[in-house]
Design a protein around this ligand. Structure first.
Ligand code: GSH
Length: 255
């Protein structure tokens, strides 16, 4: 019997949360999103043994990492998220690790390098969170902002450093797409495409994202030019197309 009562603990802006949210939406799994602002997400995640988001909870257990969530959903449903061709397994793992450990880490560091201000973060941290967390935002932002700065190593040069790392991953994706393929692996949309697009989203700003992109002009100038440059690459156009064509089925209700 399939598990029931799916709940997804998130931080609204978190792109690893978006990866899990997209997989649930893509598979049309009904779920309830339980969004929290940092550091309150930890009160929600700790009873399941996690610290970070996303955490997926069902009536039979919990998964505390975005890739574990995708793999779990892949086992549960007949519609396969991962390529099934055994010849693609090594590349699947390699790309999944590259996107999770490099792309996701650097799009987050790049983003926080420019938006670590209360005005820019308020909508990104508070969409759908309990009202009392919203009320506490002004009081806790100075302390949480400092923690984010030190945890993600945000410095004067971190935006430029992380942009270079993002370019390396985008170059790799450009290389794969150069033969005209429609998907990174195999002949259908897969978890690898989804992982790439969700973790690239902070620098691609797709209009279909759960958090509607800000007007480019409202963002710092360097961020605007990095976004424009990334969007114009083959990898960037690919990520934006995936959002356009596959980011649908908002089946969940949020609380
Ligand atoms: N490997 C984890 C990484 C998730 C992650 O880094 N989540 C960040 C948000 S993007 C987070 O929860 N940060 C707050 C914390 O660690 O307390 C996954 O894929 O689920």
């Amino acid at each position: 019997m399939l598990p029931n009562n799916f709940r997804l603990i998130t931080i609204p802006v978190s792109h690893y949360s978006e990866k899990a949210r997209w997989a649930l939406d893509y598979l049309a799994v009904p779920y309830r999103e339980m969004a929290h602002m940092p550091p309150f997400h930890r009160n929600a995640t700790k009873k399941y043994g996690g610290t970070s988001v996303p955490v997926l909870i069902t009536d039979t257990g919990a998964a505390i990492d975005s890739t574990d969530i995708l793999r779990y959903l892949d086992r549960l449903y007949p519609e396969k998220l991962y390529p099934i061709d055994p010849n693609l397994q090594v590349l699947t793992l390699e790309l999944e690790n590259l996107f999770n450990l490099k792309l996701g880490v650097h799009t987050r560091r790049w983003g926080y390098s420019y938006i670590l201000s209360p005005q820019l973060l308020y909508p990104r941290w508070t969409l759908g969170v309990p009202f009392w967390e919203k009320l506490l935002f002004p009081a806790i932002f100075p302390r949480v902002g400092k923690i984010v700065r030190s945890t993600y190593d945000i410095t004067e040069t971190s935006g430029a450093e992380s942009y270079r790392e993002i370019e390396i991953v985008f170059d790799r994706v450009d290389g794969l797409l150069a033969d005209g393929r429609k998907y990174l692996l195999g002949d259908k949309f897969s978890a690898i495409d989804l992982t790439f697009a969700a973790l690239a989203a902070p620098i691609l700003q797709p209009p279909e994202h759960h958090i509607k992109p800000a007007e480019l002009e409202s963002l710092p100038a360097q961020m605007q030019s990095d976004i424009r440059k990334a969007q114009a690459t083959p990898a960037g156009k690919f990520g934006l197309r995936l959002y356009r064509e596959y980011r649908h089925n908002e089946a969940q209700s949020r609380s």
